[in-house]
Structures are given as structure tokens and as C-alpha cells.
Design a protein around this ligand. Structure first.
Ligand SMILES: [Fe+2]
Ligand SMILES: [Fe+2]
Length: 288
């Protein structure tokens, strides 16, 4: 199997995509003051800051429409859940292999933490698949187009999105139609109508949308929409369904952020449980 090695470059400033997850974990560490929160962002993480500079610069509304057209038709072949996870695992970073988790291990730690907490089976399945959309990197998408906080395009940016100052360089910033509060949207139109910045959340939602309950689909689709689920921004675009589903997104978030550092999951031991779980929710092959 071929191996993709992620090396920091001017286009991909993160050593590996997990650097973003580690940044998130630090950002939302409990008991932080607002000042500490801000400092953590800019000074301690130049690679992450550069990553967000590129993300906020390039994720225009037009870019999103183009990428959705490219990927949301799911024309990249059929794979089982295990095949998709093994494919994602070929994304290898060049940091310390003894301390870093593989992509599959992060998925298993997330789902195993849910299982240990007696969460329902559909949620354990959601935990396992939640980052499978990161395979976008293996299709050649840059880091800033795969991970990072997501945000609505086509309307004014909230200052609750991390590094909001970088939006000034986005071409949409100078488009008067996009820079009103509602932009191209109707008040309370519902998030389903909102074109979110492109990334692994939206893509995995498209793959999974016929197979999991609504709560799960919200967890997948909006797990990186921190401005909404952690900071309460963009409520003016939400409808009643979005508000009713917000607690589910919040219920998912700690498992994603804080399940790392537990013991490495033993795949061979866990495989029979997951074989049954996947058979319960998914067809043997899904379109990607
Ligand atoms: Fe994610
Ligand atoms: Fe994750």
C-alpha cells in the first residue's frame, strides 16, 4: 500500500493534521481564562496560525461550491468502513510514532470512550466514522481544506471564529452582498441551507447521510463548527431543528477532544464488536 507522508510546507504548515486536534484540545482545556485562551492561539502556535491564515484566505463561497460539486456526488469508488479506515491510515506523519496515534487509533479511542460510557450503539458507530472524511488529504486536498474550524460562507464572519482577523484577506470580505449579517441567506433558514467552509465534516456527512439517525448526522456535519456549538454564534441562521440538535453536537465533542492519551486500542481484540456494529448500520460497501 502506498504511504502519503505529510511534511510541513508553505502550503501545508502543520506537521500533521493531528497538530490541529492538539491545538483544539489546548484551546478548550477546562478552567482557562479568556486571556490565556487568546494567548494560546497566536503566540504558542505559529504553525497553527499559518494554517488558519491559509484557511481563512482561501475558503471563499465560490471555493466551497466548487469543492461540493467535486466531492458530494460521491464518485470516488466504493469502500467498506474498514477499507476507508485502512485507507485513512496510509496518511502517515513524520512525527514520533511512539507517542502519536494513528488515524485509526483516534477513531477507536473516540468510539471506545463512548462505548465505555454506555452511549447508544449508533453513537459508537458515529464516533468511529467521524474523521474518515480526512481522506480528502489523500485525494490531494490541502490541510486548510480538510481540517480546521468550519464557518458559514456567503454571510458576515463572526468574531467567534478562531483568528477572525485573517478573514480580512478573504476575497469575500470585500463583497458587500456577503458581508451583511444574513448575506445570501434568509433569517433562521436552517444550517442545512448554509454553505459551510469545505472540509472533512461536510464530506463524511454526505457519505453517511442515509445510514445514521439525525443526531449522529449533526455530530458528523458540525463537529468542527466551534463558533456555533461552543460559542453560540450564528444562531440567526439556525432553525428549531438545529437548536434541538445542538445538545447532541455538544454531547459528541468531549469524546473527540479528550479521549486521546488513553491506552492504545487493541484492534484485533475489538474487531468482532465493530464488525457487528458496522453490519447493523452500514451496507457492506458505501460510496465515497
Ligand atoms: Fe474531525
Ligand atoms: Fe476527531
Amino acid at each position: 500500500m502506498s504511504t502519503a507522508v505529510a511534511t510541513p510546507s508553505s502550503h501545508n504548515p502543520l506537521g500533521d493534521m493531528d497538530e490541529w486536534d492538539e491545538f483544539l484540545e489546548g484551546r478548550y482545556k477546562e478552567g482557562k481564562t479568556e486571556t490565556e485562551f487568546r494567548q494560546y492561539d497566536a503566540e504558542a502556535n505559529p504553525g497553527v496560525a499559518e494554517f488558519y491564515r491559509l484557511n481563512h484566505l482561501h475558503q471563499t463561497h465560490e471555493y466551497v461550491l466548487g469543492k461540493e460539486k467535486e466531492y458530494f456526488g460521491l464518485t470516488r469508488g466504493e469502500k467498506s468502513i474498514w477499507e476507508a479506515a485502512e485507507f485513512l491510515n496510509t496518511l502517515v506523519d513524520d512525527s514520533d510514532p511512539d507517542t502519536d496515534l494513528t488515524q485509526m487509533e483516534h477513531l477507536l479511542q473516540t468510539s471506545e470512550a463512548m462505548r465505555a460510557n454506555n452511549e447508544p450503539r449508533w453513537m459508537v458507530a458515529t464516533g468511529f466514522v467521524h474523521d474518515l472524511g480526512k481522506c480528502l488529504c489523500l485525494y490531494g486536498e490541502p490541510q486548510w481544506g480538510v481540517v480546521g474550524d468550519t464557518f458559514p460562507t456567503g454571510c458576515a464572519y463572526s468574531d467567534q471564529v478562531v483568528f477572525p482577523e485573517y478573514f480580512k484577506a478573504n476575497p469575500d470580505f470585500n463583497n458587500p452582498v456577503f458581508q451583511t449579517k444574513y448575506g445570501i441567506y434568509e433569517p433562521n433558514c436552517g444550517l442545512d441551507k448554509v454553505k459551510m467552509s469545505f472540509g472533512h465534516d461536510g464530506y463524511i456527512y454526505e457519505v453517511m447521510k442515509n445510514h445514521l439517525p439525525m443526531e449522529a448526522l449533526y455530530m458528523l456535519r458540525y463537529h468542527s463548527f466551534y463558533a456555533w456549538h461552543r460559542h453560540g454564534a450564528y444562531d440567526h441562521l439556525c432553525n428549531e431543528q438545529d437548536r434541538a440538535m445542538l445538545p447532541s453536537v455538544l454531547r459528541f465533542n468531549p469524546y473527540d477532544l479528550y479521549s486521546k492519551g488513553n491506552t492504545k486500542p487493541n484492534l484485533a481484540e475489538l474487531k468482532p464488536y465493530y464488525d457487528d456494529l458496522f453490519a447493523e448500520f452500514f451496507p457492506s460497501k458505501l460510496a465515497w
